[in-house]
Design a protein around this ligand. Structure first.
Ligand SMILES: [Zn+2]
Length: 130
């Protein structure tokens, strides 16, 4: 398998989670949690997910899909609606005092609006609390 950036592997692993058997899913979830804490667990995840034929095929398809989408995103970056979000990135409601947060699971994913205020979410770093 060609080499993929860790974020792409984490995103593909998240997409595969619902289809994994219970023990594998728990191990992948634990590794993803460690990844969010800053540990490099992408190779461990890759090893787990490529251990089974069925998962390996789906993982390859997902990684290829992400590659295609990533290239498209790069070409169209900056267009309205073309949000260059990254897995693990935190989006928040811009409304002061609102604690609604959304964590991106997949590269390029657009966060849903705040369920309380209906406002489009903004990257956590851009929120200015008064
Ligand atoms: Zn809100």
């Amino acid at each position: 398998m060609p080499e993929y950036p860790p974020e792409r592997i984490y995103a593909a692993a998240r997409a595969l989670l619902p289809d994994l058997d219970e023990p594998t899913r728990r191990r992948v979830e634990a590794l993803l949690a460690q990844a969010e804490g800053g540990a490099a667990t992408d190779l461990d995840i890759l090893t787990l997910l490529t251990a089974h034929e069925a998962t390996r095929e789906r993982l390859r398809a997902l990684l290829k899909g992400e590659a295609t989408r990533g290239e498209t995103l790069l070409g169209y970056e900056g267009l309205p609606g073309g949000l260059a979000s990254t897995p693990g990135q935190v989006f928040v409601c811009p409304e002061p005092g609102c604690g609604y947060r959304y964590i991106i699971g997949e590269a390029g994913e657009t966060p849903p609006p705040c369920p309380r205020h209906g406002k489009p979410l903004i990257p956590a770093g851009e929120k200015k609390e008064r």
